[in-house]
Write a protein that binds this ligand. Structure first.
Ligand code: TYM
Length: 333
């Protein structure tokens, strides 16, 4: 059986990286895979402080963004993580399977906790165990994500294998990451060596799905570049992270490969290319933004989608969790 699972955190506005690295790929995959679950991971969000009202708003907005981007809420299961107890329950079991050493090597924890590890929440440290639980509570087999989640998915594989070995079962599948498209790692518009991220203090560093056409044009115009014209071959992108990033974004939005973008735009000045890129971005993102605004305002509809999604997700995870309880040795009187 093939089953897709993926998730996104409701921690502020979604950006171009979330869209091109993940959500847009989900839209394509739901055509080929019968069984898809897309989760707004609110339990993950609270590993760092979230204002409750902002968390609620963001959870609805992320669900709206998924639907606006083209996820079919009837065909795929859209839900928020906290409404399905299996996630937290299996995460606890995985806390007892995963080793401290494994988690200590996670680069995302090191980046997020920074110098002040002592003050990071325990949840932030155990975050990848919850992520493994998200997928495996449904025996998910394929996980479409951006490049930054690769290490977490390797850990999910290790956890599944150790669980199977420890208990002498062939129960959890080995999870396959699906990392594809021309923009698996979208970089900051202010620094082509840094990932585009929600937590960057500069709003200029990212395009968000709530930006209007003016904001998009302004941010693209101000994006960092170098003084040379765009390269005419792929080798010419070597050592030019900003050019590589902007051309990669163009390719992803246009549905072209990088070679095509280099053929069409190589030799142009950045000023001209930025105008083309801004036009393309507005063309591709504005319909999604408009639909997302409309859906976000319809709270009753979004809440209904999430409620029905959670019901389906609970029904899918319940028999798997019952088996997990038997395997671990928990009595179910
Ligand atoms: P999150 O919320 O940080 O990001 C959601 C998705 O967007 C991708 N992404 C990017 N892709 C390309 N370029 C970027 N700059 C960029 N920034 C983010 C991420 O790779 C991700 O696919 N831990 C996950 C959420 C999660 C999850 C899961 C994912 C929780 N449980 C189970 C898959 C399976 C996260 O924080 O994603």
């Amino acid at each position: 059986m093939r089953r897709i699972f993926s998730g996104v955190q409701p921690t502020g506005n979604l950006h171009l990286g979330n869209y091109l690295g993940a959500i847009r790929n989900w839209v394509h995959l739901q055509r080929d895979y019968e069984d898809c679950l897309f989760c707004v991971v609110d339990l993950h969000a609270i590993t760092v402080w979230q204002e409750p009202a902002a968390l609620r708003a963001s959870t609805r907005e992320v669900a709206a963004a998924m639907i606006a981007a083209g996820i079919d809420a009837e065909k795929s299961v859209i839900f928020n993580q906290s409404q399905v107890p299996a996630h937290a329950e299996l995460a606890w079991i995985f806390n007892c399977v995963a080793r401290m050493g494994w988690l200590s090597r996670m680069t995302q924890f090191k980046e997020k906790a920074g110098k002040n590890k002592e003050n990071a929440s325990v949840g932030l440290f155990a975050y990848p165990n919850l992520m493994a639980a998200d997928i495996l509570a449904y025996k998910g087999t394929h996980v479409p994500v951006g490049d930054d989640q690769k290490q977490h998915l390797e850990l999910a594989r290790d956890i599944a294998q150790k669980f199977n070995n420890d208990f002498g079962v062939d129960f959890f599948p080995v999870v396959e990451p699906l990392i594809f498209g021309a923009a698996t790692r979208v970089m900051s518009l202010r620094d082509g060596t840094k990932k585009m991220s929600k937590s960057d203090p500069s709003d200029q560093s990212r395009i968000t799905l709530t930006d209007d056409a003016d904001a998009i044009a302004r941010k693209v115009r101000k994006a960092k570049t170098d003084p040379d014209p765009l390269p005419t071959s792929k080798d010419g992108l070597e050592g030019r992270p900003e050019a590589a990033n902007l051309m990669g974004i163009y390719a992803a939005l246009a549905g072209q490969d990088l070679e095509q973008v280099i053929r069409d735009h190589g030799g142009h000045q950045f000023s001209r290319f930025k105008q083309d890129l801004a036009d393309l971005m507005v063309d591709r993102l504005q319909p999604i933004t408009a639909e997302m605004r409309r859906l976000t305002a319809d709270t009753a509809y979004i809440d209904g989608v999430l409620r029905r999604g959670a019901e389906k997700a609970r029904a899918l995870s319940a028999p798997i969790m019952a088996e997990v309880q038997d395997i671990v040795g928990f009595l179910r009187p």
